[in-house]
Design a protein around this ligand. Structure first.
Ligand SMILES: *Cc1c(COP(=O)(O)O)cnc(C)c1O
Length: 223
């Protein structure tokens, strides 16, 4: 595994995709998903300059968090989070990408010591197995989440279906960006909705074309 080479390739692709979309390279934040590698490899990726790291399991996150404490890391939690585990991590992370229920929002409200930057997870592909709100559910959910002043909704997060064609990925990401824009225009308190967390190893270039500002990349770094 040549981490430096993988990293260079990824950043080159990000740069090209951004240029193609008339966006600056710095408008895309590359988040390294370290869920499949140990603390040592995670440290190596940090040494290459990646400071945004993501985990999707509470136990593994806590291990990494402690192992890498001496580093100046921005932590992203990207997995489904059980309510009973909110208290274990909510004050240690910088971004939470998977806010997928009002009940979870209320638990975060109860446990957070300060405001938490969150992405509302949406499922616009209609895939049953996916977490996240459908378009129809978003307005009611936001009414409720508006009561939670510890939650700052900075954007939307979505996961694309694994086997989607480039065309349907493009449509899904565009639809997500349009929904984000409409929420941003509402100008609600604590709900700037300026960001989009979408795109993984297999589809981040398409996501960038459609406005993604946080790409979550695992496999392509560590192959
Ligand atoms: C694992 C994971 C990723 C990264 O996926 P890769 O295909 O390995 O790049 C991104 N987002 C979430 C929510 C994940 O669980």
């Amino acid at each position: 595994m040549d981490l430096q080479k993988n990293k260079d390739k990824i950043f080159q692709k990000v740069k090209l995709a951004a240029a193609k979309a008339n966006r600056s390279e710095d408008s895309v934040r590359v988040v390294a998903v370290t869920k499949h590698v140990d603390s040592q490899l995670t440290r190596e990726i940090v040494r290459l300059g990646l400071k945004d790291l993501a985990e999707n399991r509470v136990d593994k996150f806590l291990t990494k968090y402690h192992d890498l404490q001496e580093n100046d890391i921005t932590w992203h939690f990207i997995g489904n989070l059980q309510r009973r585990k909110v208290k274990d991590i909510i004050n240690l992370i910088d971004y939470f990408h998977a806010l997928d229920s009002v009940k979870l929002a209320r638990e975060i409200q109860k446990r957070a010591d300060k405001k938490v930057k969150c992405f509302l997870e949406v499922n616009l592909s209609g895939e049953e197995s996916k977490h996240g709100f459908s378009v129809d559910e978003v307005d009611d959910a936001l009414e409720e989440i508006a009561q939670c002043d510890k939650i700052e909704l900075i954007g939307l997060m979505t996961m694309a279906p694994l086997k989607a064609s480039p065309q349907s990925l493009a449509e899904l990401f565009e639809k997500t960006n349009q929904l984000r824009k409409s929420l941003q225009e509402k100008n609600r308190k604590n709900m700037p909705f300026t960001e989009l967390s979408m795109g993984m190893s297999s589809d981040f270039e398409i996501a960038i074309q459609h406005g993604s500002t946080f790409v979550r990349i695992g496999t392509s770094f560590f192959k």
